[in-house]
Design a protein around this ligand. Structure first.
Ligand SMILES: Cc1cc2nc3c(=O)[nH]c(=O)nc-3n(C[C@H](O)[C@H](O)[C@H](O)COP(=O)(O)OP(=O)(O)OC[C@H]3O[C@@H](n4cnc5c(N)ncnc54)[C@H](O)[C@@H]3O)c2cc1C
Length: 393
């Protein structure tokens, strides 16, 4: 414990301490999520369609370009603020959370980091104003083994001609811009993988079947079809054969975003469970008067707090330029475990009502499952963590 005010001032701040700007931003997002998203959550989940008006509001509020510099019309914020955004929105609806997450932590991140100045001028203002982004790496036969992808890109004159199919692409129904990975040389293995900026109106590009999912049902997940899709050479992202680096580095940051989605989800489920436990009466008292229920609530809150520390720490590490690869994998692994446990216990605290669609907790339980699958399954996170530990990092 710091002994004097002077030593307290020099001590590092607690991980959960927020600056005035961060607090203001978080509270604005919280209010928006409660006022504008919450009333639509059940209907969007049932229909499996995200309300276009909410996406328009995301843009109006500057939530689709958090880190994009003001010079390109963005908010000029930090990665940490993107994380607060994903957490707050996911508390109310993890489907809404993944929309802003993919936009900010994957697509904008890749565009900010790897584009030329010309590409920045062409794309960043759109991402802030009205264009949803998607990130297309996975294919039917390449998920965990992502660099076994088969979508082919061949240079012909001033264009790359893309052929192949992508699967599981989040935001595909709404997106105007896709960061898409293809190979320019299958014989070169991962060294052939190249990233492209593909627009939905490019000839030969179409969005295919939309998946009917267990959870995050309002978030669109679709196949992409590339049939002699013509992509201008000027739309290559980074260097030829360096797409694997873009994919790896972007996903490292993305995993912190999924961690934020999962802690938001867990907090949302827990808040419902807490409220319900104080209202529901059995044996003549609130079920929250029983020590068994109190301990469940306490255990859940402790796990959420621990996961939040991991998420916030990794995000702050990214913002100050520290190496965060191991921490990002830990964030994704642990926060998805916590989300699943907390959502499951929340259903139990609601008893039979929790098992019905008349109450909100069953949806959190369904939504939690994806946290262990996308942006690298839990086994893939364990593999990364173990590799780093065994190499002394
Ligand atoms: C809702 C949803 C949204 C998605 N959004 C996107 C998106 O926007 N963009 C995108 O590119 N992709 C997206 N994905 C794809 C997602 O990233 C993949 O599904 C994920 O990486 C797993 O790949 P797979 O489904 O092919 O499973 P597989 O790779 O076939 O894995 C199956 C099982 O085998 C295990 N396994 C595989 N290899 C190993 C190994 N070496 N050691 C130990 N265990 C192993 C896995 O852990 C898993 O349990 C999305 C998926 C879903 C379901």
């Amino acid at each position: 414990m710091p002994q004097t005010l002077e030593s307290a001032a020099k001590a590092p701040l607690p991980l959960t301490a927020l600056t005035d700007d961060e607090l203001l931003f978080r509270d604005q997002v919280r209010q928006f999520a409660n006022d504008s998203i919450r009333p639509k959550v059940r209907e969007m989940d049932e229909k499996g369609v995200f309300e276009p008006a909410i996406i328009r509001q995301f843009f109006e509020l500057g939530l689709m370009g958090v880190e994009i510099p003001e010079a390109y019309g963005g908010a000029g914020g930090t990665f940490f603020e993107s994380i607060l955004l994903v957490e707050e929105v996911s508390k109310v609806d993890p489907s809404a959370g993944v929309i802003v997450d993919v936009q900010n932590t994957l697509v904008n991140n890749a565009l900010l980091r790897w584009t030329t100045e010309d590409q920045k001028k062409r794309y960043l203002p759109k991402m802030v104003a009205d264009t949803v982004g998607a990130y297309a790496l996975s294919e039917a036969a390449s998920g965990s083994d992502a660099f076994a992808l088969q979508t082919r890109a061949e240079l012909k004159g001033n264009e790359y001609i893309l052929n192949g199919r992508k699967l599981w692409i989040t935001n595909a129904k709404e997106a105007g811009v896709f960061i898409l990975l293809a190979t320019i040389d299958p014989a070169a293995g991962y060294r052939g993988i190249t990233a492209f900026i593909v627009e939905k109106d490019f000839p030969g590009f179409s969005v295919g079947k939309k998946e009917d999912k267990l959870g995050i049902r309002a978030s669109s997940t679709c196949e992409l079809i590339l049939e002699d899709c013509r992509v201008p050479k000027a739309n290559m992202l980074g260097e030829p054969g360096k797409g694997y680096k873009i994919a790896i580095e972007t996903l490292n940051e993305g995993r912190i975003g999924i961690g934020a989605q999962m802690i938001g989800l867990a907090q949302g489920a827990w808040e419902h469970a807490l409220r319900y436990s104080q209202e529901r009466k059995q044996f003549g008292k609130s079920i929250s008067d029983f020590q068994g229920v109190q301990f469940q609530l306490a255990q859940m809150a402790t796990e959420i707090e621990a996961a939040r520390m991991l998420v916030y720490n990794a995000a702050r590490m990214k913002d100050v330029g520290m190496d965060f690869v191991k921490q990002a994998a830990m964030v994704k692994l642990f926060s998805s475990q916590v989300a699943e446990r907390v959502a499951s216990l929340s259903v139990e605290i609601y008893g039979g009502y929790g098992f019905t669609k008349d109450y909100p907790v069953e949806k959190y339980y369904r939504d939690a499952k994806i946290g262990k699958i996308y942006e690298g399954t839990s086994n893939m996170q364990l593999q990364t963590i173990a590799k780093m530990l065994l190499s002394g990092k």
